[in-house]
Design a protein around this ligand. Structure first.
Ligand code: ATP
Ligand code: MN
Length: 477
């Protein structure tokens, strides 16, 4: 007997045939109706059990969470809620689930409770839907780049350069934690370590991607990234996945065009291919919103919001214009911002980013030409000598989703910048080489994959869109 997926059977192509299906029991009502799901789709298949045909002992084992195989005839369903169902002839129990112990019962569980059960939470409709959308988005990303002439490039995960955000890195070492050899200055002697130098988990594959863009033209990374930020927000993970395209001969405008087109395209892909899951997530969100005060509810339902983003232009605004808007904004004048904006040069906090996107422009915003002082050393200096060709894309409900820039391709300017910031040239000698040998205008950006999944699923906490989240004080599973 051929076993089919639930998704395949629900299409109804195998009517009146003898079929088999494997899955996990969602519910078993009145000793008669099993709702079975195998993850292939949100909808369960109903299996009708004629209890006279089955051993009572066997029926007792069919509890929520049990893995079973049902063999029977696929028939049209007379009941409401489904078109087809299986008249069960044979049921095999793969594995039971003790109803006294199994935590995922058919009732509403809080997301906080489910985080403690991360190994089982994907058996709920919500997490299964989120993870299917996540998978579809990952595929859409590879598809987009492949169709647009990019090569998939694998940046190293262990890195020897700590030029980027030193304080936020996780150290990689095989040195003994008992009494590592010390240098004369009394510091850990990394010459004794596995790599003969201090190494860390990567915070970004960009610098390495630049090397590859300078030969392959257009490349992208899509891999795990690590930041030891102790921020504990609903937007930060210690381990997250980042997509980093890097393109030779692209200036900042071309970079912004690409980022916008890319995001619209992958959102469009899930709108087309994940309708069922998105409808479920939309309904879930609407139910959740009903419990909130009117003022905090969003004006758009999930699918409408995704369509809006995939069909409308992002608003492009320079940092300088944004500061003017913020400085004259109501919340700034009424001292509602935690960090008031008074001077040009201030770093934007997420409260400011969200004001611009959610209250002022009411659409995704691309901010560009930031003060050099608040951005990384590798961003290209503008003619004015004080701003750099940086761009951030800000999304409703999320804040920053993309951070990118045109890179400084001029050797002398880059060296000066590094000197100003006390970044030793020896550490980035190979990065400087890229400016010595066939340098060219080039650009790229980083998109946090989980922030994209947050947006696409309407979930509120980044811990709920990655299978096993790593955050401060939390690396269970
Ligand atoms: P933020 O200001 O939100 O901390 P960032 O300026 O540190 O972001 P970048 O260094 O530009 O971010 O990284 C590129 C992208 O990676 C960000 O736009 C965001 O989407 C994502 N990102 C950054 N840090 C995290 C994190 N800790 N967890 C998840 N995603 C992140
Ligand atoms: Mn950060």
């Amino acid at each position: 007997m051929k076993a089919y997926s639930v998704k395949e059977l629900l299409k109804g192509n195998h009517l009146l045939q003898e079929v088999a299906v494997n899955g996990w029991v969602k519910t078993f009502r009145s000793n008669r109706f099993i709702a079975l799901n195998d993850g292939s789709t949100l909808t369960n298949i109903q299996c009708v059990v004629d209890f006279e045909k089955f051993d009572e002992k066997l029926l007792k084992k069919i509890n929520t969470g049990a893995a079973i195989k049902v063999t029977g005839t696929l028939v049209e369903s007379l009941g409401k809620g489904q078109n087809v169902e299986i008249q069960a002839n044979e049921i095999k129990i793969h594995g039971e689930a003790d109803p006294e112990e199994y935590p995922i019962q058919p009732k509403k569980h809080s997301l906080e409770f489910l985080r403690e059960k991360a190994h089982l939470r994907v058996r709920t409709n919500t997490f299964a839907a989120v993870m299917r959308v996540r998978s579809a988005l990952a595929f859409a990303i590879h598809k987009y780049f492949r169709e647009n002439g990019f090569y998939y490039f694998h940046a190293p995960i262990i890195t020897g350069s700590d030029a980027e955000g030193a304080g936020e890195m996780f150290r990689v070492t095989t040195l003994s934690d008992k009494n590592p050899k010390l240098t004369e200055e009394g510091e850990v002697d990394y010459k004794e370590d596995f790599f003969g130098k201090e190494t860390n988990l990567t915070v970004s594959g960009q610098l390495e991607a630049e090397a590859y863009a300078m030969a392959l033209g257009k490349v992208y990374t899509f891999g795990p990234t690590f930041r030891a930020e102790n921020s504990n927000t609903s937007r930060h993970l210690a381990e997250f996945w980042m997509i980093e395209p890097e393109m030779a001969f692209y200036d900042l405008d071309a970079n912004m065009d690409l980022a916008e087109d890319f995001i619209k395209s992958v959102i469009g892909y899930v709108l087309e291919h994940c309708q069922e899951d998105l409808q479920f997530l939309e309904k879930r969100l609407l139910d959740e919103e009903k419990t909130k005060p009117q003022a905090q509810r969003s004006d758009m339902a999930l699918i409408e919001k995704l369509k809006f983003v995939s069909e409308n232009s992002f608003k492009r605004v320079s940092y300088t214009e944004a500061i003017d808007i913020l400085r004259n904004s109501k919340p700034n004048k009424k001292k509602k911002f935690q960090y008031p904006i008074d001077e040009w040069g201030a770093d934007l906090q997420s409260e400011h980013e969200r004001f611009l996107v959610e209250k002022h422009f009411k659409c995704p915003v691309i901010l560009f030409d930031y003060p050099a002082k608040i951005k990384a050393f590798y961003m290209r200096l503008n003619e004015d000598g004080k701003t750099v060709r940086a761009m951030d894309i800000l999304f409703p409900g999320i804040g920053e989703i993309v951070g990118g820039s045109q890179r400084e391709e001029r050797l002398d300017v880059l060296k000066q910048k590094m000197a100003d910031l006390n970044i030793p040239e020896e550490e980035l000698w190979w990065y400087l080489d890229l400016r010595k040998f066939g340098t060219a205008v080039h650009s790229g950006f980083g998109l946090g994959f989980e922030r994209l999944v947050l947006f696409a699923t309407g979930m509120g906490n980044i811990r709920d869109v990655i299978p096993f989240p790593r955050t401060p004080q939390n690396a269970e599973f």
